[in-house]
Ligand binder design. Sequence first.
Ligand code: ADP
Length: 172
Amino acid sequence: MRIEAVVGDITRERVDAIVNAANSSLMGGGGVDGAIHRAAGPGLLEECMELRRTELPDGLPVGQAVPTAGHDLPARWVIHTVGPNARRGETDPALLASCFTSSLDVAGDVGAAEVALPAVSAGVFGWAMEDVARIAVEAVKNWKPQQAGTPVELVRFVVVDEAALAAFRREI
Ligand code: ADP
């Protein structure tokens, strides 16, 4: 499995799946979540609302991940995960690591060989970029696929600036 980091806008990634730093409600929000919903179009919100009505009446728990279609995005799938919110005292590294490993588990389940991920929790949720980079890269390196199927071949961290890029590249 190849692990890399680039500066860019994750909504433009031509990979099988992009990961969304969502919130539990799955109803969209600011940051990367808002950008993904804008780029994916209204079909994404409709699918998220359907998920809330059916499988996730109480929302998506922190550290877990769920797939939807990519709708108008180049990516076929969006894998939504909810990062821990440091501003609410959620500072357990295991919870943040779980966002990345759960997202890769879902990628394996849906057969996504190439996955792009943002720096989950490094924005509104208040984690330091260096901590996110360390925890994310370690989690991905230690991740083991749960079952035989399409292997995840490429994990690409897509970040917004050179400082974040440097943090991720150091860890990789
Ligand atoms: P969280 O609530 O999990 O902290 P945010 O969306 O606020 O999520 O921030 C997560 C990271 O995603 C931040 O580093 C933010 O700068 C970055 N980000 C925002 N928009 C994009 C985008 N279009 N592509 C990639 N990363 C983005």
